[in-house]
Design a protein around this ligand. Structure first.
Ligand code: AMP
Length: 191
């Protein structure tokens, strides 16, 4: 089983690279952002709670996110080729919980950390905001999300650097160039 953690700031291309990975490796894509947006769209009480947090560019509490991941892993099909964790873990607490969960199911994961310059991130997100309909793709919220990324999510990379398989990816160029780097790494780790 090939489990991939895609880490990177908002706008670094996690969703795009996930699509490439699904196509080439047949992995299951778990985007926590997509799951949360679906809950908001459902209009449930939980969705309203989540909307109040995500629209401010803040993070949903760890306990809720860890439950969501636990549930997802527990319900994976037996013949699953592996999972792309897109947007999780975003805190060191979540990373620790994921390590435990994967261990419980005798699994491990490769961490791919995508680096993109801040100016480029803002430009990409503002462009996406023109068509995405996402309440958090506006300048104010983008700035807030980038700050949360620096303060809370960046340390997740250090956690993996010390504990797991960690690979840094340059995500500044084309999406094809980024995928070529990812593909090279996965070819090596799956040998
Ligand atoms: P994304 O689509 O990955 O950019 O996520 C959109 C928003 O959903 C984030 O800005 C957070 O508010 C929330 N979110 C997504 N994943 C997580 C996570 N692992 N932990 C906490 N909040 C999350």
């Amino acid at each position: 089983m090939l489990n991939v953690i895609l880490c990177g700031a908002p706008g670094s291309g996690k969703g795009t690279q996930s699509d490439f990975l699904v196509k080439k490796y047949g992995l299951q894509h778990l985007s926590t952002g997509d799951v949360l947006r679906a809950e908001i769209k459902s209009g449930s009480a939980l969705g309203k709670e989540i909307e109040a947090i995500t629209s401010k560019g803040q993070l949903v509490p760890d306990a809720k996110m860890i439950d969501l991941i636990d549930n997802f892993i527990a319900n994976l099909p037996k013949d699953s080729k592996g999972v792309i964790f897109d947007g999780f873990p975003r805190t060191v607490e979540q990373a620790k919980a994921l390590t435990e969960l994967l261990r419980k199911y005798n699994m491990s994961a490769v961490m791919l950390d995508m680096f993109v310059e801040e100016e480029e991130l803002i430009e990409r997100l503002l462009n996406r905001g023109k068509t995405s309909g996402r309440a958090d793709d506006n300048y104010e919220t983008i700035k807030q999300r980038l700050q949360v990324y620096k303060d809370v999510t960046k340390p997740v990379a250090t956690y993996y650097l010390h504990n797991n398989n960690y690979f840094a990816i340059n995500g500044n160029n084309t999406m094809e160039d980024t995928f070529a780097q990812i593909d090279n790494i996965l070819q090596i780790v799956t040998k």
